[in-house]
Design a protein around this ligand. Structure first.
Ligand code: NAD
Length: 297
């Protein structure tokens, strides 16, 4: 797409995504409340924005913000700043509530702005490598317009259905992932107490029937893999508070449609306890330490 791309939210995920857009040759203007995050995006080839209003002149805007209120607030500020006009488009890659996502689409549509929900999976490594999976809720034509941008940041772009379907898909994925992380953590803790070497146990799990992403690519035990949050004091990954947000969204969506989530509810409690133990900002694999009664600072 021609014109400037505004990128809002340069955290663990958005910082790398904005850098990949710039590396692909797009003219990216980047904004975050944190000046240090803006400086990192500038080093990766983006132009800095002083405020959200500076982003309003862009034809395409991508948001990668923590949760629904942040995205709604950004929509307010950009519309207030005059965002809109022929061919303008908003791509929201944050994980937010599907209902808020649909409401925002209607508000933007009233101003002639197309809006896609395009949340991602693949973690901070996928964001850095440009191999994310995008789960898109939009029309085919809107996806066609957004595709070059999404392909600069990801390896898989999957059209999940109309508006909100991308967010619904993401919530189902993270419901399963959150539960799997707790399952892997319980098994590794038990193994250690039974005297097993966690690395050997993990290598068996990863060639056996309990294999999953939380065990083979993002193992929560610091002795198993290199270059994962568990070996970095659980910093720089997917925050416990973000996982808790996603489980709240998934279980309340389940309640609304009468779908049973007993493990989702139990898992939500465990991440909530992890937040109460002061570890909300740590990567969600830290639930393994919470189960042991450890507190990681
Ligand atoms: P993060 O907390 O690392 O980054 C969020 C960024 O948004 C921060 O830099 C913060 O300063 C900025 N911000 C907050 N309010 C703002 C505002 N009003 N204007 C501008 N900037 C603002 O979060 P993250 O891990 O990058 O996750 C972002 C989204 O992606 C979340 O919805 C999360 O659930 C989702 N997600 C994360 C991962 C992961 O592995 N970290 C994976 C898939 C999806």
């Amino acid at each position: 797409p021609a014109g400037k791309i505004g990128f809002v939210g340069l955290g663990n995920m958005g910082g790398s995504m904005a850098g990949n857009l710039a590396a692909a040759g797009f003219d990216v203007v980047a904004f975050d409340l944190s000046a240090a995050s803006v400086a990192r995006a500038v080093a990766a080839g983006c132009a800095p924005a002083e405020s959200l209003e500076d982003i309003a002149e862009c034809r395409h805007v991508v948001t990668m913000l923590p949760s629904s209120p942040h995205v709604s607030g950004a929509v307010d500020a950009l519309l207030g700043g005059g965002f809109g006009g022929e061919g303008s488009m908003w791509i929201d890659s944050s994980t937010i509530d599907p209902l808020t996502s649909r409401e925002l689409r209607e508000r933007l549509a009233a101003k002639g702005i197309a809006k896609l929900d395009a949340p991602v999976s693949g973690g901070v490594k996928g964001a850095a490598a440009g191999t994310l999976t995008f789960m898109v809720g939009s029309t085919e034509a809107e996806l066609g317009q957004a595709r070059p941008l999404l392909e600069a940041m990801g390896a898989n772009v999957i059209h999940c259905g109309t508006s909100g379907a991308g967010q619904s898909t993401k919530l189902c994925n993270n419901l399963a992932m959150g539960i799997q992380m707790v399952g892997v953590s319980e098994a590794l803790n038990l193994g250690e107490k039974l005297g097993l070497d966690p690395k050997v146990l993990a290598s068996v799990m990863n060639t056996s029937t309990s294999r999953c992403w939380s065990s083979d690519s993002y193992n929560p035990h610091p002795a198993v893999l290199e270059a994962v949050p568990a070996t970095n004091n659980y910093d720089g990954g997917f925050g416990v508070s973000l996982m808790l947000k996603d489980l709240k969204l998934a279980t309340s969506a389940a309640e609304a449609v009468g779908s049973s989530t007993p493990l989702g509810n139990a898992t939500k409690e465990l991440y909530s306890m992890t937040v109460d133990h002061g570890m909300g900002g740590k990567d969600f694999g830290v639930v393994l330490q919470m189960l042991r009664g450890n507190r990681i600072e």
